[in-house]
Design a protein around this ligand. Structure first.
Ligand code: FE
Ligand code: FE
Ligand code: ZN
Length: 278
């Protein structure tokens, strides 16, 4: 089954996102849990969440992915900023428990000069305070481009975060194709090698989701500027190999390309035309 969708706005509620996804040919989607800049979330509408769960089941959707506000920083040098990240993420996990089988993706953080070791320790401390025995949501670390002092642009760093988390059984990884390209992993010409490296260092069983984005910048640029599919340095041929790769083809793919809803509809159709049914 090809699970393909895109990032959608949650402003009209949960069911509305499911319906919008369906209307553009998607069978999965990603959304922000609240204002992406990290403000207050609307109170959870349980009826709306249940309606989405029913709609998603009816239409055989893949696992829905929530994205934490990208302004959170779990490894800021300012304890108030770390506290804020912890509070928001704990609240998000609680809310997502009402969306069956959902996953929660976050940017590990930027260590802002404290060094990667301190950064990883602070990220693990935060996760250990908010992920519990009864947490139902799978928490995903996103592979990062390595812009500034971002933690998580090397597979080794993600491995260390998982290792430092008590409930590591609830942890996974979301691979962003733009970010890994910018981070220096050659998924264009050496996809098999990159996946073998991922497997050796993190384990492919941890890979739960793919952010499918082209990149405005070449391999190793450490920039993080998403481009439309086929219009950047990764290119359409590489995406055809990525979505059909035996170890990736059954994972959910979420577009985060610079598009309006019509553009997403076209990219979804394009990727579907490249997906080889078995
Ligand atoms: Fe992200
Ligand atoms: Fe991403
Ligand atoms: Zn990005």
């Amino acid at each position: 089954m090809f699970y393909i969708g895109c990032h959608l706005s949650a402003s009209n509620g949960y069911l509305a996102m499911g319906q919008e996804a369906h209307s553009i040919g998607a069978n999965v989607f990603q959304f922000f849990t609240r204002n992406p800049r990290g403000g207050k979330a609307k109170p959870m509408n349980l009826e709306d969440a249940a309606a989405l769960a029913e709609f998603a089941k009816q239409h055989k959707f893949g696992r829905l992915l929530a994205h934490a506000p990208y302004t959170l920083n779990a490894c800021s040098s300012d304890p108030k900023i770390r506290d804020f990240a912890r509070m928001v993420m704990a609240d998000d996990l609680d809310r997502l428990s009402h969306i069956p089988d959902s996953m929660y993706n976050f940017h590990p953080g930027s260590h802002v000069g404290q060094g990667v070791d301190v950064g990883i320790e602070q990220i693990c401390d935060l996760l250990n305070e908010i992920v519990h025995d009864d947490t139902t949501v799978t928490v995903l670390l996103e592979t990062m481009a390595g812009k500034g002092s971002e933690v998580g642009s090397r597979f080794e760093e993600l491995r260390r975060i998982i290792d430092g988390t008590e409930h590591s059984d609830k942890m996974g990884v979301c691979l962003d194709t733009c970010h890994v390209n910018d981070g220096g992993y050659d998924i264009v010409d050496h996809l098999d090698d990159v996946l073998a490296e991922f497997d050796r260092i993190i384990g492919l069983d941890r890979l739960k989701a793919i952010h499918i984005n082209d990149s405005m910048n070449p391999l190793g640029a450490h920039k993080d500027r998403h481009e439309k599919i086929g219009k950047g340095y990764i290119g359409l041929d590489a995406f055809a190999r990525i979505i059909n790769h035996p170890t990736l083809r059954d994972l959910p793919f979420y577009l985060e390309t610079p598009n309006d809803i019509e553009g997403y509809k076209e990219e979804i159709a394009l990727l579907k035309s490249l997906y080889q049914d078995k």
